[in-house]
Design a binder for this molecule. Sequence first.
Ligand SMILES: [Zn+2]
Ligand SMILES: [Zn+2]
Length: 144
Amino acid sequence: MSAGERIEGHCLCGAVTITLDDPKPEVEICQCAMCRRWGGAFYAAQTGANPKVSGEDLITVYRSSEWAERAFCSHCGSGLWFRFLPTGNRSFSAGLFDAAAAHGIEKEIFSDERAEWCRLEGDHPRQTADEVIAEAKAAGFSFG
Ligand SMILES: [Zn+2]
Ligand SMILES: [Zn+2]
């Protein structure tokens, strides 16, 4: 996407705002059961450079597994980010950013865990849980 672009997002109540530079033009969808429980359907991950977050006082960070944490606004409950702890990499909930509504899908992961009512159209790549975990292991990460 165009270098130099900046997108701004905010939670439902507006207490937390997030800006990202050079946002990726496509989101990654996670259909795993944890993301479904967390957000109600699937998690759409938006990434970009130089994330700036304001409203820290109202942010709760929840350690959702040995290798990840998820953050949400303590006032309105909006999901904010997912951080993969082994790398420190963080993605943000695409729904926070109006501009991201125009973004396409890069890929769908844990596609075999999706709910029957959560079928996304398009011919983007889809990876099953086994494939995602195999890829992570190949990259040197271990999962309990
Ligand atoms: Zn909020
Ligand atoms: Zn997930």
